[in-house]
Design a protein around this ligand. Structure first.
Ligand code: FAD
Length: 430
């Protein structure tokens, strides 16, 4: 009797896939993970090789923890994750420790992890699930259908200097971060009417490395001079703190500030025993932009779907981007899975065109509120007034934490309902 050999599933040619995802940061890796989990053939193209650095504060709120847990990633301390209990806010001469809220929807703790580790963990998770990750492959532009102008693939060059190569797919995802060259090549530029932050960060050897609170500085002082911007200090649990500061484009100082000098000025005022000095600095000071509040739209255009920083999805209230990159990756993957399961092209198109609406339902109202918030705090006098009058009121600050970190239950307590209600009522043009 001959042995029964199951038919091998038909493999597409190496340069073809159902979906191409450009960029394997948190947005791209998560999108690829959920697509592959649903059985689609996914090519995940990444210009760097893991592990690699990414300029970041490395802070993960309970929102981000939830997204990691959803992907089946172990977030235990044995696996190198460092937990935090909440946010310590420093401002107007006061310091307040605000534990993460107790909610049904989110865990009661946050994490820190270097992007060196986090991004590789996410990319490998996508790979384990079946996504085909190609590292060292830089996408240089779209392949377009000559007749319709629709994207049908991408051109990429390999890091080893090999020939340019075309990759083709039914849909293409731009997960290539803040500057999203692929979106720009498809005519999608950043919106000047939406918020943008710029931030710098570095690491210092310090005894404060195992701080179990994320620390946020609402006002930065040089002696009695108020400096523009907001700072953070996150203990990495490995002998160092990630220390950084940022400014919003709603602030008058934006665009003409020496960030390196600002960081040094701020740190000069810190207690010497914390060790935030030049000799303890372990990395260069590096900066990058934070694209906020949907600052690149539309999120679907001619076969190209934008996710994470490429679509400007950083939370304008607190500068958090990792959770939103991952959440939007899941929303996008579920849309694509439904779209590609439709038998007629017009139906597929109708489902893909619903992606911006799905994003708007998830974040539209909240981000609209956030855009108003950043306009207000861009005015130093107003920000200073707000800090001075809220820091002495712990209940108000607990509410502010829920609002700023977007951490509520749908049917939670009065403060949850107020945050949810405000987000629903905010004028939100799609
Ligand atoms: C200073 C600073 C501090 C921050 N701190 C925090 C924080 O503490 N917590 C938080 O949640 N968020 C923070 N953010 C925001 C966060 O870093 C981003 O929102 C997040 O990285 C977005 O993920 P992404 O996958 O969309 O983009 P990215 O992480 O930028 O990933 C994009 C990927 O695409 C790849 N790529 C780009 N171009 C190409 C190409 N042409 N071909 C192939 N691959 C390409 C890149 O190599 C990269 O791997 C911070 C940002 C900055 C600048």
């Amino acid at each position: 009797m001959t042995e029964h050999v199951p038919p091998t599933p038909k493999q597409p040619p190496a340069g073809e896939a159902d979906v191409i995802v450009v960029g394997a940061g948190p947005a791209g890796a998560t999108t690829a993970f959920y697509l592959a989990q649903s059985g689609l053939d996914v090519l995940l193209l990444e210009k760097s090789r893991f592990p690699r650095e990414k300029v970041c504060g490395d802070g993960l709120t309970p929102r981000a923890v939830k997204t990691l847990v959803n992907m089946g990633i172990s977030v235990s301390e044995q696996d190198g994750w460092v937990r935090n209990k909440g946010l310590r806010v420093i401002g107007a001469g006061k310091r307040l420790e605000l534990p993460w809220p107790e909610l049904a929807s989110y865990p009661g703790y946050g994490l820190v992890r270097t992007r060196h580790d986090l991004d590789e963990t996410l990319a490998r998770r996508a790979q384990q699930t079946g996504a085909r990750l190609l590292e060292g492959v830089t996408v240089t532009g779209p392949v377009l259908d000559e007749r319709t102008g629709r994207i049908t693939g991408v051109v990429a060059k390999a890091a080893d200097g090999g020939e340019d190569r075309n990759y083709r797919a039914r849909v293409v995802v731009a997960a290539d971060g803040n500057s999203s060259r692929l979106s720009v090549a498809m005519g999608l530029r950043k919106r000047d009417d939406r918020p943008l932050g710029v931030a710098v960060r570095t690491y210092y050897k310090t005894p404060r490395h195992d701080d179990d609170y994320l620390e946020s500085w609402l006002d930065l002082w040089d002696g009695d001079r108020l400096l523009p911007g907001y700072g953070w200090i996150f203990g990495m649990g490995n002998g160092t703190s990630n220390v950084g500061l940022g400014l919003l484009n709603t602030s008058a100082a934006f665009g003409h500030t020496d960030y390196h000098a600002l960081l040094r000025k701020w740190l000069e005022g810190m207690p010497a025993e914390w060790g935030y000095t030049e000799e303890n600095r372990t990395q260069p000071i590096r900066g990058a932009a934070l694209p906020m509040g949907f600052n690149r739209t539309p999120h679907y255009h001619q076969g190209l779907l934008l996710v994470g920083d490429a679509g400007g999805m950083v939370n304008p209230f607190n500068g958090e981007g990792i959770a939103y990159a991952m959440e939007s990756g899941e929303i996008l993957a579920r849309t694509i899975v439904q779209a590609l399961a439709r038998s007629r092209r017009t139906e597929t198109e109708r489902v893909l065109a619903g992606y911006p609406h799905a994003l708007n339902q998830a974040y539209g109202g909240y981000y609209a509120l956030g855009r108003t918030f950043v306009k207000l705090i861009g005015k130093p006098t107003l920000m200073h007034f707000a800090t001075k009058h809220s820091m002495g009121r712990p209940a108000l600050m607990r509410f502010a934490l829920k609002l700023l970190a977007n951490l509520t239950d749908p049917r939670g307590d009065a403060s949850d309902r107020l945050v949810n209600g405000l987000s629903r009522l905010a004028p939100n043009p799609e």
